[in-house]
Write a protein that binds this ligand. Structure first.
Ligand SMILES: NC(=O)c1ccc[n+]([C@@H]2O[C@H](COP(=O)([O-])OP(=O)(O)OC[C@H]3O[C@@H](n4cnc5c(N)ncnc54)[C@H](O)[C@@H]3O)[C@@H](O)[C@H]2O)c1
Length: 404
């Protein structure tokens, strides 16, 4: 493992723009944990205040003690003042890169965020793009830097962690590193060697596509499983029994996922980014989107065939976009809720992790008041659920099959 690069010209080693977010903060903590002097620049006053108070703004297993240690030791500080960007040798950009309501990627999100910081960029810095970007954004930023007249090298090193696993994956996953110049590549490799010995070098254009292909591949696999699920379910068959049977001691099918809501802030929007990149000519990606986004509708349609929903209270257990997470961004549980609100007499919601939704009720109350329950997020807490109410469980959390 490398030691923190220390040119002596800069007060700090790393500044993370967007470092109050779900991937920026774990990264900042990881660098600080490896001895680097780190600052965060973030527009969110709330996130900055929490970090400076050594408190996580969201749940990330394993991060809290490392954050506390880094802040107490003075190795990690956060600010809403863009001037902090000028204090570090490495400037890492991890702001959000969502698609808009028309599913268009915003190619200018990163150049715009950098525009605010432009007066503070300094000769000798290495600018590392870490957000998932629309292909071509690295080249756009390189052009922008040339236009600013500063001598800064640009690298694109995409984040590949999964939320909830950041504090292990940051140190264990190979880091994809790319830069146009050999010096930029060399410096980016050195920076990420602080975290891991395993670095993969690609060109910026290869790395941009590598990141998108990775997420879209996962999204398409979930879609295939969800389509198989609906096919089997429509014929009264339990997809989970079929999946277990076909993958038993059969390595070529071992990676077939179970059915479930494929949601969250990355997979859908990155599939749409890739579609836009390919001039909307991406039948496979669009089909995956239709299947995954259609699953809540399918589920309600099936429930409607068995129950008179209009006279029932339906309880949704799990509002986070995935198990053991408090993150509700782009969660399909909320889509399910909206559809059910239109069909059912009443819809109640609960989640043991989510803290940001005041409409959530205690789980016991939801179970007691509901006529029908839907497990929408595979939180392990639901495994021991004991109830005489019917439960729709497409995730097979209860282990008694996924037929609905
Ligand atoms: N969430 C994941 O699991 C994950 C995994 C891999 C990659 N990514 C990618 O990482 C990027 C960030 O995702 P995230 O989930 O951390 O998003 P996030 O919304 O949790 O974090 C983004 C942070 O950037 C801050 N911010 C926004 N605009 C800013 C600006 N102009 N200047 C300074 N700060 C600004 C926000 O306040 C926020 O704290 C995205 O490109 C995403 O696709 C996410």
């Amino acid at each position: 493992m490398a030691t923190p690069p220390n040119s002596g010209e800069f007060e700090r080693d790393v500044v993370v723009i967007g470092g109050g977010g779900h991937v920026g903060l774990p990264l900042a903590i990881a660098f600080a944990d490896r001895g680097a002097r780190v600052a965060i620049y973030d527009v969110s006053e709330e996130a900055v205040a929490r970090v400076n108070a050594a408190k996580l703004p969201f749940d990330e297993p394993g991060a809290a003690p490392l954050l506390e240690r880094a802040v107490t030791a003075g190795r990690l500080t956060a600010s809403t003042d863009p001037a902090v960007v000028g204090t570090a040798e490495h400037v890492v950009v991890v702001i959000g890169t969502p698609v808009d309501e028309h599913l268009n990627p915003n190619q200018t999100a990163i150049p715009k965020a950098l525009g605010t910081c432009a007066p503070f960029l300094r000769d000798g810095q290495l600018l590392v793009l870490r957000s998932t970007v629309f292909p071509g954004v690295t080249a756009l930023v390189e052009k922008m830097i040339v236009g600013l007249g500063v001598s800064i090298e640009v690298a694109f090193c995409p984040e590949r962690i999964a939320e909830g696993k950041a504090m292990t994956e940051l140190f264990e996953l190979p880091q994809i590193v790319s830069a146009r110049s050999p010096q930029g590549m060399d410096r980016a490799v050195k920076l990420f060697s602080l975290l891991t010995d395993s670095v993969v070098e690609l060109s910026p254009e290869e790395a941009e596509l590598a990141k998108l292909f990775t997420n879209v591949w996962r999204y398409i696999k979930f879609a295939a499983a969800n389509q198989f699920y609906m096919m089997a379910n429509d014929r009264g068959l339990d997809f989970e029994r079929i999946r277990k049977g076909l993958s038993q001691d059969y390595p070529r099918a071992a990676d077939m996922p179970g059915a479930g809501f494929a949601a969250g802030p990355c997979l859908f929007k990155d599939t749409m980014q890739l579609a836009a990149f390919n001039h909307n000519n991406f039948a496979l990606g669009h089909t995956a989107m239709t299947i995954n986004e259609g699953l809540p509708l399918y589920l309600v349609h099936r429930l409607e065939q068995r129950y008179d929903l209009s006279s029932m209270t339906v309880g949704i257990l799990g509002m986070a976009f995935k198990g053991e997470s408090d993150d509700i961004r782009s969660s399909l549980s909320y889509k399910l809720k909206r559809i059910l609100e239109f069909k059912a007499d009443e819809v109640l919601t609960a989640d043991p992790y989510v803290t940001v939704d005041p409409r959530l009720l205690p789980q016991e109350e939801v179970i007691a008041r509901s006529d029908l329950l839907v497990i929408a997020t595979p939180h392990p807490e639901y495994r021991g659920l004991v109830t005489d109410k019917p439960v729709a469980d497409i995730w097979n959390v209860l282990g008694s099959g996924v037929r609905v």
